[in-house]
Design a protein around this ligand. Structure first.
Ligand code: 6PG
Length: 246
């Protein structure tokens, strides 16, 4: 397992460089095996990265029919709601991408299921359909994640019981300190079932969380400290999030 921190000048550079990294990574992956599984994230830099993928000349070099897209977490809101992570992704990129609809694996919302637990169970079933041998989910080629100022990743928030769930790949989340309160999230074992994890972060308000995660803080206090991809965990940050601002 290796890791590293790549520091870019600003948020826009983080998004553009991460988009280029993702597209090249997909091209490399597709030269040896398919399909590729990529897990997306909501959040400012996460969605800006998808917009940068849409704008990249490399975008059409990828064979999107060989890519499956997932989400590390979703806000438990009806399909099409503007605050859903997948809505942001559709607007930024997916509406315009030649990817088969059945390879875009979204989380059910309250328009489809009664509660976040049911949505989580349904998403776990979907992950299981594509599971690598002997496991409950595919190995994600790239797990893209943002980080909150409190150190949360996906919808795993500090000191919540969901952090200790290891017998499932997906959980319902309630009382999220970041709105909306109800969410669905991959658990830590599922997030770490990834070849590469890339945490994107920009802005001074992320600097303390990034520092604590990299210092190996107690992951109940800083969930991002628990991230450990199989091959490489990369931190793609701007100067401010690296704690080097001004
Ligand atoms: O639903 C969400 O909001 C997320 O998936 C969440 O984990 C996000 O990635 C971080 O909170 C960072 O978000 P920002 O980049 O907007 O701060």
């Amino acid at each position: 397992m290796t890791g590293g921190v790549v520091v870019h000048p600003d948020a826009d550079a983080v998004a553009r460089a991460t988009a280029a990294r993702l597209l090249l990574h997909l091209l490399d992956t597709q030269s040896v095996r398919r399909p590729a599984h990529v897990s997306l994230t909501g959040g400012g830099v996460g969605i800006a990265t998808l917009a940068a993928v849409a704008a990249s000349p490399l975008r059409d070099a990828v064979d999107w029919s060989g890519v499956h897209l997932w989400w590390g977490d979703e806000r438990f809101l009806p399909a099409g709601h503007e605050e859903r992570n997948d809505t942001g992704a559709r607007t930024a990129l997916l509406d315009d991408l030649p990817i088969p609809a059945e390879q875009v694996h979204t989380v059910a919302g309250p328009d489809e299921v009664a509660d976040a637990e049911t949505a989580a169970a349904r998403y776990a079933d979907e992950l299981a359909r594509f599971a690598s041998p002997g496991s409950a989910s595919p190995v994600f080629d790239v797990m893209l994640l943002g980080i909150g100022p409190d150190g949360h990743v996906a919808s795993l928030f500090p000191h919540q019981a969901t952090l200790d769930v290891t017998d499932r790949t997906v959980v319902g989340v309630h009382d999220s300190p970041k709105p909306p309160p109800d969410r669905v999230s991959l658990t830590l074992p599922a997030l770490n079932h990834a070849t590469e994890t890339w945490v994107v972060a920009a802005g001074e308000q992320k600097a303390d969380a990034v520092r604590r995660a990299l210092a190996g803080d107690d992951w109940h206090a800083t969930p991002a400290a628990a991230l450990q991809a199989r091959v490489r965990t990369l931190w793609l940050v701007d100067l401010a999030a690296a704690g080097s601002a001004g």
